[in-house]
Design a binder for this molecule. Sequence first.
Ligand SMILES: [Zn+2]
Length: 317
Amino acid sequence: MHLNGHYDVVPVGNDWTRDPFGGELSDGWIHGRGAADMKSGLAAQVIAVEALRRTEWRGRIVQSAVPDEETVGVENAGMGFLVEQGRLDGADAVIITEPFGPDGVGIGHKGAIWGEITIFGKQAHGSSPRLGVNAVEAMARYLATLDAELRPKLDERTTELGVTPPEPRSTLSFDTIRGGVATNIVPDRCTVTFNRRLLPGEDLDGARRELLAPLEQVRHEYRELYATEPTLVGEEEPVVQAACRAVRELGLEPRLLISAGSDDQRFVVHRAGITNSLVYGPGTTALSHISDERIAIEDLILGTKGLALILDELLAV
Ligand SMILES: [Zn+2]
């Protein structure tokens, strides 16, 4: 059994009303950057394993705490590196204790492409635009075409699974744009960056084709900064079944979830080939990556008990 979590956190950002690194305890909450995502998940592992050690059990548990999860790369120096080094070889099951909540059973995540598209035109004097090819205007036409033709299709693709944060659709968002150097020059290039999120069942090549179809007759350059296929493991996997039983033992109804983001489960499933894996841990994604990040102590205790019960389900003699 391999238990994994990341110890890196996202930057602090603005508008905190507490010390982001104070670990302040008040009114039943623990406050601070990483309180939910995911120092609590790491703490839950230590305590759940200690609880198991006081019972009759067999097997072997390896715990890893890794960096580089929040930086989001095709490769990473955390779980990606562990898998590459063979540190997960022989593991029968993997649990990543991201903050999906004491009743949340995470069976995958959306795929993603973060990329950059540049459309090229031809520079000309701003007084005679017909002598050039305006790349900013070409980009505007491209974005309008996608809006009219691709976006309605993406909106129709949804999943029945719970998604956290809640976005059950396939999505595309253009997040930065730059083009032109001065108002008296017809711009010869315009660049956008985009963020495309894929539901399980979609694939990267299909998403790329859809995105680039309107550019067949347009001089352009396409570059990817990050790409991962969607990840989804079966509900019949033993660790998923054990988690559902454990959640019921807590008196809660299990919620099968995928993450709208992507996480280190991608390395476990796609690189190490371990489908008997899931995400289960205390805290909520809604209170992660925000100012005044926090976790309810009750949530932390419940999630820790849930994790201990999963270990007991799978490893008890
Ligand atoms: Zn996380």
